[in-house]
Design a protein around this ligand. Structure first.
Ligand SMILES: [Zn+2]
Length: 379
């Protein structure tokens, strides 16, 4: 998942104020990467200088600084997201003539690979969506319907995916099979069957299932389920985009759900199973794990930004999320509710993050003791 907030230099922190007339749609003309853009949307936040966080009708978030704004006027209409068809039309215009649309209940899938794969991936996401909602409902948390159609762009192969994604991801694109972007609200990925241009046009659902059930394919599929989980979480009210959600929570959640289940047509048997890959990774980290490992994880996202630490940070985030879900589901729901209220573009101090956590789960030392006992029992 990418957030793209690092470049934002202006003073939201002191100036952020949610607007009273939040539901009204405005038209904003502004300079963006050397071009003039005109976007209709809802102003979510305005800073003291007049810069805005604008929510577009396609679900994209625009951070526009005051000097970049050329003109801003009310449209007199209430904010209305695009319909799936309208959004689909715009995606096709943006991506080019070799793309097609597959629209499901919650998703708009824009693809230039075989139609069979687009249908397979659409069914996979809808199953995940349903499983995710049901899971949280059983835990006492009712999620909202997404405000926007959920967009997935599916490229035919790795090289065209990389060409498209490089501007957003930089060199990280080499190691990525797909991603969810909080700013655009889209998932971008490619056909994982590895079929050639002729073959992929005619692949049936059962052939695709067979190709993706090969040994080694499970982790590949897990990555797109992981990204799809991020997108669902940020579109159903469990998490708010551009709010200060600790990375270990977002990632722990996505890794909790990423265990694929490709066999059953209904339900999702893999949900909440031990993520063996992550558990192995965490156990291998234990001999080197510093005393303050948990504290650092809770207080800041720094471990996720450090190339030396990022893998251990993911494994530990999974381990903690899994442990809390298994042993303290009620508190975890309470913690998610607390995080869901975090306002956009306001950043907590490390102390605040720690307090949020301990206010729900209690002091760290006894928790950590139980955590290790629990993990041993999962081997
Ligand atoms: Zn992730």
């Amino acid at each position: 998942m990418i957030k793209h907030l690092a470049g934002m230099a202006w003073a939201w922190l002191v100036a952020a104020a949610t607007l009273a007339q939040a539901q009204e749609m405005q038209q904003v003309s502004f300079r963006h990467e050397g071009k003039t853009l005109v976007v209709k949307g809802q102003v979510l936040v305005e800073d003291r200088q007049g810069g805005v966080l604008l929510l577009g009708r396609d679900g994209r978030l625009w951070t526009i600084s005051a000097p970049a704004i050329l003109r801003r006027q009310p449209t007199g209409e209430p904010f209305a997201p695009f319909s799936p068809q309208e959004l689909g039309k715009r995606l096709l215009a943006e991506l080019g003539p070799d793309f097609e649309l597959h629209i499901t209940r919650h998703y708009v899938i824009c693809y230039n690979t075989g139609r069979g794969y687009a249908h397979w991936v659409g069914a996979l996401f809808e199953r995940l969506y349903l499983a995710f909602r049901t899971f949280w409902k059983r835990k006492g948390l009712r999620l909202q319907e997404p405000q926007f159609p959920l967009v997935a762009v599916v490229f035919a192969d790795k090289s065209s995916f990389r060409r498209h994604a490089r501007p957003a991801l930089g060199d990280a694109v080499e190691n990525v099979l797909g991603y969810y972007n909080q700013r655009s609200n889209r998932m971008v990925m490619y056909d994982l069957t590895g079929a050639g241009p002729q073959q992929r046009r005619f692949l049936t659902q059962s052939q695709i299932r067979a190709l993706l059930s090969r040994p080694g394919a499970e982790r590949t599929v897990a990555t797109i389920i992981h990204e799809a989980t991020h997108q669902i979480a940020f579109n159903t009210g469990l998490q708010r985009r551009f709010a200060d959600i600790p990375v270990w929570v977002s990632e722990g959640l996505a890794m909790f759900f990423e265990v694929p289940d490709l066999k059953s047509k209904r339900g999702w048997r893999g949900l909440g199973k031990v993520n063996r890959v992550r558990l192995r990774g965490f156990l291998a980290y234990l001999p080197h794990r510093p005393q303050d490992s948990l504290l650092q994880l809770l207080k800041s996202d720094q471990r996720f930004r450090d190339p030396q630490q990022v893998h251990h940070a993911y494994d530990e985030a999974w381990a903690w999320y899994y442990f809390l879900m298994r042993t303290r589901p009620k508190q975890l729901v309470q913690y998610h509710k607390l995080l869901a209220q975090k306002p956009v573009l306001q950043w907590d101090t490390p102390q605040q993050r720690l307090e949020d956590f301990t206010s729900v789960f209690g002091p760290l030392p006894p928790l950590e003791k139980e955590f290790f006992r629990f993990l041993k029992s999962q081997r």
